[in-house]
Design a protein around this ligand. Structure first.
Ligand code: PMP
Length: 362
């Protein structure tokens, strides 16, 4: 008799286990391991969230009308071409399920966000990984790996954990080089932090093509990681396919209300941007002063390479930081064995991190 077993691919999914402070006294920890907003949510989102509490015996709006309208208003895009999910992670899963399955290939880049791999495996499709160049996406390498079986091409721009980005012109080159049957999914989770003249989140690429989808999140700039809200903007047919795959009540009442308020709260966005613009360069500079190699980041985190002294591995650094009550993220699962990803925190958190690193590296 055959035993119960999950379908092929599921067993190959690497479990995602974020670092966690010990259960006792965890609140006192400086947690720079996840790429969240150190300022927390804005007051407008909090107010809307609390106000929604009286409605939680109801099911949420399956059409996500208020939230889609608010996103459309904020970014000046058509709400009919938007759909929302429980975090951009769910959106990545939904679009993968809708467009790829067993026998199909899905293209990613070497140090691309690992959520893509999970979604590809869960859908039973085959991941194909294109090499990067110096931790930056190599568009030509991606185009080279595309073929008749390539259903989706994922591009995180900017990317986590490298913190690097490619300019809009390169995204357009990638799009033009992919076969027309391949859906280019632009994961723009960190777009709000990347205000560069040669960068855009991909809105106009979506507008000019029928095989490009942009995915965004409320977890970073908008400070709502715990509520789980993400959204996608794309061609009507792609949005319809995702809506067919998604559960009707996938984004809760409280999450829809808070996100609708957050996306229109440009004041909180500006405060967050200003905080990041001040502390990202400070942290980069201070880390270099204690001998850490810092990769240039356009995000709210830094990829830091720890000096390669064999007696001082990344684990020893992590252990020392833990003794000081500080958590950062090792990224060995990306093949970056001597690197740490450090999120920009509040002033006192950034200073505590630099002081603790200085103790062990000097
Ligand atoms: N894309 C990228 C590039 C990310 O870094 C993350 C968060 N780690 C996500 C998507 C998922 O974010 P969420 O599900 O919280 O929206």
């Amino acid at each position: 008799m055959e035993l119960l077993s999950p379908r092929p691919g599921i067993g190959q999914i690497k479990p995602y286990r974020p670092a966690r402070p010990p259960q006792d006294g965890g609140a006192a920890w400086v947690d720079l391991s996840l790429t969240v907003n150190p300022l927390g949510p804005g007051q407008k989102a909090l107010h809307a969230y609390r106000h929604a509490a009286g409605q939680i015996h109801r099911y949420p709006d399956w059409a996500q009308d208020q939230l889609r309208r608010a996103i459309g208003q904020r970014y000046d895009i058509n709400p009919h071409r938007i759909t929302c999910a429980a975090g951009s992670d769910e959106m990545i899963h939904l679009v993968t399920q809708a467009f790829a399955g067993p026998g199909d290939e899905v293209l990613c880049h070497e140090h691309g966000y690992r959520g893509f791999m999970k979604a590809i495996r869960a859908a039973g499709a085959t991941p194909v990984i294109a090499a990067e160049r110096d931790l930056v996406v190599d568009v030509e390498a991606m185009i080279d790996r595309a073929n008749a079986k390539t259903k989706i091409c994922f591009l995180a721009n900017p990317n986590n954990p490298t913190g690097t980005y490619i300019p809009t012109e390169a995204v357009q080159r990638l799009r033009a080089g992919l076969p027309p049957h391949t859906l280019l999914v632009l994961d723009s989770a960190y777009a709000d932090y990347c205000r560069r003249d040669n960068y855009s989140d991909g809105t106009e690429v979506v507008e000019n093509c029928d095989n490009v989808l942009m995915v965004r999140t409320f977890s970073k700039m908008h400070g709502l990681a715990g509520l789980r809200v993400g959204w996608a903007y794309g061609p009507a047919a792609v949005i319809e396919a995702i809506n067919q795959a998604r559960g009707p009540f996938n984004v809760s009442i409280a999450a829809q209300a808070a996100a609708a308020a957050a996306v229109l709260d440009t004041e909180h966005e500006e405060a967050t941007y200003a905080h990041n613009s001040a502390w990202l360069p400070w942290l980069s500079h201070e880390l270099e002063q204690v001998g850490v190699r810092v990769y240039p980041s356009v995000c709210n985190f830094i990829l830091a390479r720890i000096p390669t002294d064999p007696s001082l591995g990344v684990q020893a650094v992590l252990d020392h930081l833990a003794r000081r009550g500080i958590l950062v993220k090792p990224v060995h699962d990306y093949g970056l064995i001597d690197c740490l990803r450090i999120t920009v925190g509040r002033e006192e958190e950034n200073r505590a991190l630099v002081a603790a690193l200085g103790e062990i590296l000097s």
